[in-house]
Write a protein that binds this ligand. Structure first.
Ligand code: URA
Length: 193
């Protein structure tokens, strides 16, 4: 079985789908191979594409705050995405996030499967619809099942919202939405304790 370092090196030259061309680089998952929890997001954003690390931009800040409030250290967690290249549309100088297509998610799936084999987390959590649908099927609805303990390949999987959905909502709803994300993360933490 390949190590995370070997996988990261291989993925850095991935051309399995066309997203590698406009993107700056592959943003592979990050965290210890001993992590008990794997968090799966959608795809890197603008800042992640520049930095080469997942969840370091605005959504990452929301995630870090929520993890801290739930008593989960980011260093205990392996954080990755269903798609490992940034998909965007240009608007002048700005690069606007564009959701990945099913073909991108499918093409990228072998990397996620390899990460799962290398890390073997006790618990899996999906952030948002893209990751949930990738692992649980295209009809899955996060709004109906967030925070519930499901199963994926013989391990518990808890779906929750994507932290960027909190940023997209109205500012006055942010605290409540963050508290709901923390509540889902506490369900996850309980599975470990
Ligand atoms: N959104 C994601 O889904 N993943 C990241 O790494 C950053 C933003």
């Amino acid at each position: 079985m390949e190590t995370l370092d070997e996988l990261r090196a291989e993925a850095s030259t991935c051309t399995r789908c066309p997203l590698y061309e406009p993107a700056t680089r592959t943003v592979f998952g990050e965290g210890p191979s001993t992590a008990w929890l794997m968090l799966v997001g959608e795809q890197p954003g603008d800042q992640e594409d520049r930095a080469g690390r997942p969840f370091v931009g605005p959504a990452g800040k929301v995630l870090d705050t929520a993890l801290e409030r739930a008593g989960i250290g980011r260093d205990e967690v392996y954080v990755t995405n269903a798609v490992k290249h940034f998909r965007f549309e240009r608007d002048g100088k700005r690069r606007i996030h564009k959701a990945p297509a099913v073909t991108h998610i499918r093409a990228c799936r072998p990397w996620l499967d390899a990460e799962l084999r290398a890390v073997r987390p006790d618990v899996l959590a999906t952030l948002g619809a893209t990751a949930a649908k990738a692992l649980l099927g295209s009809t899955f609805k996060v709004s109906e099942q967030r925070g519930s303990v499901l199963e994926f390949e013989n391990r518990p999987l808890v779906p929750t919202v994507h932290p960027s959905s909190i940023l997209r909502g109205p500012p006055e709803a942010r605290e409540e939405a963050t508290a709901a994300l923390v509540a889902d993360l506490l369900v996850i933490a309980d599975l470990h304790n």
